[in-house]
Design a protein around this ligand. Structure first.
Ligand code: SAH
Length: 393
């Protein structure tokens, strides 16, 4: 078999690994052994899997492969956070971040190289889109993080206790691969994480949330960011397709299907002068009045291609207070790892953009700079002419 068609066992869900081995005439328990070797002991060499018969090991080495994505670089922040840049088979690079906090260690992973959604405040979106990550490229992130953090060693502390799909990409637009990776994250023979500690964050892909029902019981986070459709259409263009009412309804149904009290997380990025006013807080409190949830406020993380600004401390405080007084549970996401550009919305990797979006954004940005320079320089030039000139560069 050629390299290209040899299946990469790293990304096979427990069910897919079992059926592959069954197809090879192997006993069902082989899958359990192999899962442990790969995901619990970090072994990539079939030869070392000594409790598996020699003939089976040789066949696996011939017909399959075990390949994590290549690690391109590692960046350690002073506060214990680590960012890694990984290569993808499609030629892009993506990023993941490890955030230790008390007894917890959260790994924030990517699901796509780039993103198709182009939310107005997100740096990943400005990069355009290259490809979906394969299941091996998704699960390969926790595999690499565990290796890098020395937690495969026997008796080592499991330093990754939580996984959030809050890196690059929209997980529900790469549904099957994300679900295969989630199966591995939750399986006791692989990473054995609790379903409450694996969170899928979505910008609001309603059909994806509907498909999650019955397929997984991982935790759900909704990137809401606005209390009404008009504003949300501007910030999250996907809202024009799936407006807030449909989104909250899908989330409510998913939660009801879990058969237990486990409210979703509502993420709300606060942007100065855009969605951080008291009236937005009151509107949000009213919108979520009968919607059990936890609200997570994220002060906007600035990046160079965006004119948006962080909210002031007082508007953040007021916003939180209004929600709290209305009876909501509210947390504020503190910014970590800013110095290594690893905060929310700052993960960009190097996307081989297949859309023309990154180019358009770049032109618009250059036009903006040119416009400012021209206006500053000549004063009398019309805004329109300056913009046209900037675009023609
Ligand atoms: N596509 C998924 C997951 C990726 S983003 C989603 O939208 O949920 C993870 C979170 O960070 C989302 O809530 C996202 O809206 C938020 N985010 C993106 N850019 C940000 C920025 N510049 N500052 C703060 N939060 C940001």
């Amino acid at each position: 078999m050629t390299q290209a068609v040899r299946p990469n066992l790293l990304g096979l869900s427990p069910a897919k690994l079992s059926s592959l081995l069954e197809g090879m005439g192997e006993k069902p328990f082989r899958a359990r052994q192999i899962l442990r070797w790969i995901h619990q002991r970090g072994e990539l060499d079939f030869k070392a899997m000594t409790d598996i018969s020699l003939s089976c090991r040789e066949r696996l080495a011939r017909e399959t492969r075990l390949e994590p994505p290549p690690l391109r670089s590692r960046h350690d922040a002073g506060d214990g956070c680590v960012k890694w840049v990984l290569g993808t088979a499609s030629g892009s690079s993506v990023e993941m971040v490890y955030i230790p906090e008390g007894g917890r260690g959260t790994l924030c992973i990517s699901s796509q190289a780039g993103c198709t959604l182009d939310c107005s405040f997100c740096a990943t979106g400005k990069q355009g889109f290259d490809s979906n990550l394969t299941a091996a490229e998704i699960i390969g992130q926790i595999w690499l993080a565990r290796r890098e953090l020395d937690s495969f060693a026997s008796g080592a502390e499991a330093r990754v206790t939580n996984v959030v799909f809050m890196g690059m990409g929209e997980p529900l637009l790469n549904f099957e691969n994300v679900m295969d990776a989630v199966d591995l994250l939750l399986d006791d023979l692989a990473y054995g994480l609790s379903k409450r500690r694996v969170t899928i964050s979505t910008a609001g892909v309603v059909p994806g949330i509907e498909r999650m029902r019955g397929r997984t019981d991982a935790a759900l986070a909704i990137s809401l960011h606005a209390p009404n459709d008009e504003l949300r259409n501007e910030l999250v263009p996907l809202n024009r397709k799936y407006p807030i009412a449909a989104l909250l309804e899908a989330a409510r149904n998913y939660m009801a299907g879990l058969g237990e009290k486990r409210p979703p997380l509502i993420e709300y990025t606060l942007i100065r002068g855009v969605n951080d006013h008291r009236r937005h807080a009151r509107e949000l409190a009213a919108l979520l009045r009968d919607f059990p949830c936890k609200i997570n406020l994220i002060p906007f993380n600035e990046f160079s291609a965006s004119e948006y600004r962080r909210p002031s401390g007082s508007s953040l405080g007021n916003f939180r207070e209004i929600l709290r007084q209305a009876g909501h549970t509210v947390t504020v996401r503190t910014t970590r790892a800013d110095e290594i550009a690893a905060a929310c919305g700052q993960l960009v990797g190097a996307v081989r953009d297949q859309t023309r979006r990154s180019e358009r954004h770049r032109r618009r940005e250059q036009a903006g700079i040119a416009e400012k320079n021209l206006i500053a320089g000549f004063g009398s030039r019309s805004r329109e002419a300056a913009t046209r000139e900037g675009e023609a560069r």
